[in-house]
Design a protein around this ligand. Structure first.
Ligand code: ZN
Length: 348
């Protein structure tokens, strides 16, 4: 990852279609402006219809595209478009328990069974499908809306394993409140988890790229911790600006991409910025164009967009006031082409 000539590497997230002719056309078009794809799949994609994943990797490689495997929503520990983890459903004994004693549909990263599952997922994927690397998207303790909600003051995880590890680390019982120590412990847990995921990946081949993306809503301490993850190659941030935010797009990207470049470079990582090209609103089809240019004005190594043709699962097709996905994609393509020519000026 990262171009040897120091130029920005361009990528886009791609949800593989089950129709091979359409997929070929998509990937040929992507290869016109991109160097790589983030291949998005959920656990259920490999259980049912895994040929499309294999076919996608083969076709992408035909186009000389780098392929990073995005283990979407595995264990409900990463970002996902409302496709729940099968493992989490099948193994409630490994699920997180909140400080109110409630079990939630999220696998606990401190449980050995969950680490074993993730290790098997990475090793199995590499042995069966192959790819050029692995992507961990927005690892967090957050609970996506389709999985339920935390009550006010409720947090995870305070299961028996987490409590035991906390006791070992701090020499006292784990508080029921979200204290500074608990926050630190949760950050360390997620960092240890991410570190293991990178180790499992590198265990399949030292050449494999390891990449993650964290959110602007993550604390600065968490972002700084993730930037130090051993064996992590690419440290990413997704400053997904929306027009209803109080801050301008420029200021928002300036702050978070700027911070991430500083953090990532400090710890010797390649830095990636993500462009918001999903769930755009009508009339805002050029937001992704501006976001790409604004991000490229920072010292980033990779510029990626979520996702091809403004697509996130089925959402834009049935939402009122949705953007025209063709225009979003055309604008993004234009930005990528111009940036490749060292043209960073925003021209609408
Ligand atoms: Zn736990």
């Amino acid at each position: 990852m990262g171009r040897e000539d120091g130029a920005i590497q361009f990528n886009i997230a791609y949800h593989p279609t089950p129709y091979p002719h359409a997929m070929r056309r998509d990937l040929e078009e992507i290869a016109e402006v991109c160097d790589g794809i983030y291949l998005v799949f959920a656990e259920s994609d490999l259980e049912y219809g895994s040929n499309k994943v294999k076919h996608c990797i083969d076709l992408a490689h035909e186009q000389n595209l780098i392929v990073l495997a995005d283990f979407w929503g595995y264990g409900n520990l990463f970002a996902c478009g409302a496709i729940p983890s099968l493992f989490t459903v099948q193994h409630p004994e490994y699920n997180c328990v909140t400080n109110r004693g409630r079990t939630i549909p999220k696998s606990c990263p401190n449980k050995q069974g969950v680490r074993d599952f993730m290790r098997g997922a990475v090793e199995g994927f590499m042995a069966t499908y192959g790819a050029d690397g692995v992507f961990w998207d927005e690892p967090s303790y957050g609970l996506a809306g389709y999985l339920g909600r935390y009550e006010d003051g409720e947090w995870a995880c305070r299961c028996d394993d987490c409590q035991a590890k906390f006791r070992d680390r701090y020499g006292k019982e784990m508080p029921a409140g979200l204290t500074a120590e608990v926050e630190e412990f949760r950050n360390e847990t997620m960092l240890g988890f991410l570190s293991d995921l990178c180790a499992y990946t590198k265990g399949c081949g030292e050449h494999l790229v390891t990449s993650t993306c964290i959110m602007t809503s993550d604390s600065e301490a968490f972002r700084e911790a993730v930037a130090q993850t051993p064996q992590l190659d690419v440290f990413g941030i997704d400053p997904y600006w929306r027009p209803d935010q109080d801050v301008s797009q420029k200021d928002f990207i300036e702050r978070y991409t700027g911070d991430s470049v500083a953090m990532g470079k400090r710890h010797g990582k390649l830095v990636e910025a993500w462009v918001c090209a999903w769930k755009q609103n009508a009339g805002h089809e050029a937001d992704a164009y501006r976001a790409a240019k604004l991000n490229a004005q920072h010292d980033i190594d990779c510029l990626s967009a979520w996702s091809y043709r403004d697509y996130i699962s089925w959402d834009p097709c049935d939402r009122a006031n949705a953007a025209d996905p063709e225009r979003v994609w055309k604008n993004l393509k234009r930005a990528y082409s111009e940036i490749r020519d060292d043209d960073l000026e925003i021209r609408e």
